[in-house]
Design a protein around this ligand. Structure first.
Ligand code: PLP
Length: 366
């Protein structure tokens, strides 16, 4: 049996209604900052629970333009998590700021206990990453950010509709940054991203920054970028958005199934599942003994298991100038050797999940 990781072929295989919407849209020629985009932004803001949302051309740009809106520049420090995807760090370094890392805990998110020690006069923003669909401890992070008056940009690229006490990712910070990349829980057919905010001035500035700083055709107010979410992709987004809750719920259901089965295998341990937290399982990760051998076994058995990530971002060659070494972030480091990711998406069948469990059980009983 084969259990694929990517479900993209399935996702849009049977969607004649989307095709007819796209056909209709193409005939309007409303390609740039069009009506469908405006509609998508409003609906996205409604879904997450913020006043505004601004579509941009990637999740990376969602973080970058948020940093820009805050006026962050060369020489400033931005605190983020040691175990994130490259894009979080890329957004920070691209504007010349220095990423300052914090170790994670077993929730895969920044351990906010270590936060205050890293804050100094140069600290201009905190970018918590709600990694894997988990939530960073936002009540505590928010308390610290208010004490030091440092704004928060949530990297919510993996955590659309995740929440703590029913307050969604992307509503805690000054900004929430989301990705619409094909591999994310809510996706379009190309790169795409969207920023949530409740602040009118930030909203206005984001609108300028994503469109060359143009107020109108002939007036350039500030130096900006070309980072618009394509209106064509907003049509895809508008088609998918009504399914967002169902997608999150199905992933949660799948994860519960795995949790229950894996909890009976002593060599597997399941990360904490805090009661007030809603996790949306962009990645379903557990800790496994003999991880490398298990991974090889799964691949051999046709299961596309993965490791997110075998080498933490802070140790990558691109960040050599920061002079970090193995051991600087011990929890992140230890995770790289024991984490394994199994497919958990909304298109997975019970049969496939049963097969995954069966193979894992068989591996340890050998
Ligand atoms: C995907 C992702 C991003 C960036 O998204 P893109 O749309 O690919 O630019 C940023 N942070 C995290 C944690 C991500 O998973």
């Amino acid at each position: 049996m084969k259990v694929r990781y990517s479900y993209l072929k399935q996702q849009f295989a049977n969607s004649p209604d989307l095709w007819s919407r796209l056909k209709k849209f193409v005939s309007t020629g409303d390609f740039t900052l069009g009506k469908e985009l405006k509609k998508f932004e409003q609906r996205f803001a409604n879904l997450i629970g913020t006043k505004y949302a601004v579509g941009v051309n990637s999740g990376t740009d969602a973080i970058k333009l948020s940093l820009k809106t805050l006026g962050i520049k060369k020489g400033d420090e931005v605190i983020t998590a040691a175990n994130t995807f490259v894009a979080t760090v890329g957004a920070i370094t691209e504007i010349g700021a220095k990423p300052v890392f914090i170790d994670c805990d077993d929730t895969f998110c920044m351990n906010v206990k270590f936060l205050e020690k890293k804050i100094n006069r140069k600290t201009k923003a905190i970018v918590p990453v709600h990694f894997t669909g988990y939530m960073t401890n936002m009540p505590e992070l928010k308390r610290i950010s208010m004490k030091y008056k440092i704004p928060i940009i949530e990297d919510a690229c993996q955590s659309i509709l995740a929440s703590i006490k029913n307050k969604n990712a992307g509503t805690w910070g000054e900004f929430g940054a989301f990705s619409l990349h094909p591999l994310k829980n809510i996706n379009v057919w190309s790169d795409g991203g969207i920023i949530t905010t409740n602040n009118y001035n930030y909203y206005k500035k984001l609108l300028l920054l994503r469109n060359h700083g143009l107020i109108d055709r002939d007036t350039v107010k500030i130096n900006g970028y070309n980072s618009r979410l394509d209106t064509f992709q907003a049509v895809v987004g508008n088609w998918l958005l009504p399914k967002a809750r169902a997608i999150a719920n199905q992933r949660i259901k799948n994860a519960k199934f795995y949790d229950q089965k894996f909890s009976k295998i002593s060599q597997i341990s399941i990360p904490p599942r805090p009661v007030d937290y809603k996790l949306v399982y962009h990645l379903y990760i557990v800790f496994a003994e003999k991880r490398d051998a298990l991974l090889r076994y799964c691949l051999k058995k046709g299961i596309e298991a993965k490791v997110h990530y075998p080498k933490p971002m802070y140790l990558q060659e691109s960040l050599r100038s920061l002079k970090h070494k193995w051991g600087d972030f011990p929890v992140t480091d230890s995770h790289t050797k024991k984490i394994i990711t199994f497919p958990c998406d909304q298109h997975l069948s019970k049969k496939e999940m049963n097969y995954v469990v069966k193979c894992v059980r068989k591996f340890y009983n050998k």
